[in-house]
Design a protein around this ligand. Sequence first.
Ligand code: SAM
Length: 231
Amino acid sequence: SLSERLSAVAAHLPKSAHFVDVGSDHAYLPCYVCLQDPSSKAVAGEINEGPFRSAQKQVKLQGLIDRIDVRKGDGLAVVAPDEVKQVVVAGMGGPLIASILEQGKDKLGHVEQLIVQPNIDARALRKWFQNNGFVLQKEQILEEAGHIYEVLVAVREGKSIYHEDVAVREKELLFGPILLKEKNEAFRAKWLDYKQKLERNVANMQQAQHVDEAKLASFKKELIWLEEELN
Ligand code: SAM
C-alpha cells in the first residue's frame, strides 16, 4: 500500500486527472492514482536511469502502460506545453522543486494545479507560487515514521490567503498561512524541534569569534516568531 505521505499527495488530485509526476522513482504515486480512478492518466518523469527503470517495471506490473507514460528527462522537460493539467513533485527539497518549476515555466501555461511535497524549506515554494501567478490553496502537515512532511497545493485562480501586513506575511511564508491557523500536532513537533536547533545555533554563534550578523539577526527574528506561535 502507498505511504501516508504519498496518499496525502494523491488525495489532492481531481477525478479524471491528467498529470505529470516529476521524479516519480518507482511510479508508486501515478500507479496508485490510476488504479483508483480508471479515468485518470499520467506521465511519470525520471532523470535517473535506475528509478526510470523501476518506474517502467512497476507500470508494466500493474498493467498500466496505456495510461502511464514513463519518460526519462529533467523536470518538466518530459512533457509538452499543453499536455498535462496537474503537476506533482514530491520527496525533494523545496529549493530543488522550485527550480524544477522555474526551469519548466513554459510547460505550466495550461496547468491548473501544482501539488508539491517538499522535504525541507517549503517557504521556497510559497515564494515561488507568489512570484509566478499561483495561489496557495491548501496545506497539510503530517508525521509518518518519525518524519514530518508538508504538502502544498497551488492553483491558478483564487484570493490570496496571506495577511495584508507584510510583517505577518513574512511569518506566514515560513510557517504556512494555513498550517499556522491549524497548528496541529505535527506542526508543533516540527517547529519545536526547529526551535531547539535554532537556540543551539544562536548560542554557538554568540560565542564565536566572527559572527555573520545578518544571519544571526534573521535567526533571532525566527526565534521570536517561534516563541509567539508555540505557546
Ligand atoms: N517522488 C517520489 C516520492 O515522493 O516518493 C520519489 C522521491 S525521490 C527522493 C526523488 C526522485 O527524483 C529520484 O528518483 C530522483 O532520481 C528524481 N529526480 C531528482 N531530480 C530530478 C529532476 N530534475 N527531474 C526528474 N527527476 C528528478
